[in-house]
Write a protein that binds this ligand. Structure first.
Ligand SMILES: [Fe+2]
Ligand SMILES: [Fe+2]
Length: 156
């Protein structure tokens, strides 16, 4: 009694979880860039690239197909949408990119951990078979498969 096994990630949500992994790597790369005093221009260029190729399409899919499963009035969805808008603002900030990128590194990681630990688990419990089938039909872009031409974080 009482010992619930953690839910395995449903097949339909795995591509998004894989993108979360790329997001965590992005934060790690920024952190490494800061630690090694890589110029803000280079970090900002990388963040701009990642935003267009990964973050924007990822948010779009979550907002169109995933979040409606719980509904916009659900506390976890209200939080997720608020974090999306905040993260977009940090990506777009050109006034003080140094500050924004260092916040972004932390906040994107926190957002991903929140989705993986709480939000996706709830989504998966609430989703109907039909909803999961619809998610399985989503076409995912290939952004993450392209190499970024300036790997300042080093090769390994
Ligand atoms: Fe998200
Ligand atoms: Fe996400």
């Amino acid at each position: 009694m009482g010992s619930k096994k953690p839910l395995r990630r449903h097949e339909a949500l795995k591509p998004l979880s894989r993108q979360h992994h790329f997001g965590l790597l992005f934060s790690w790369k920024l952190r490494k860039g800061f630690a090694e005093s890589i110029s803000i221009d280079r970090l900002k260029a990388f963040a701009d690239w990642f935003f267009i190729h990964e973050t924007q399409p990822h948010f779009k899919i979550e907002e169109e197909y995933i979040f409606p499963i719980l509904g916009t009035g659900h506390a976890l969805i209200i939080r997720a949408l608020k974090e999306h808008r905040r993260i977009e603002r940090l990506f777009r900030d050109i006034e003080n990119p140094k500050n924004s990128l260092s916040l972004l590194e932390e906040e994107l990681e926190a957002h991903i951990r929140f989705e993986e630990r709480l939000l996706f688990t709830e989504i998966q419990k609430a989703a109907t078979k039909e909803e999961l089938r619809e998610i399985e039909k989503i076409h995912f872009g290939t952004g993450s498969k392209e190499d970024y031409p300036d790997p300042f974080w080093g090769k390994n």
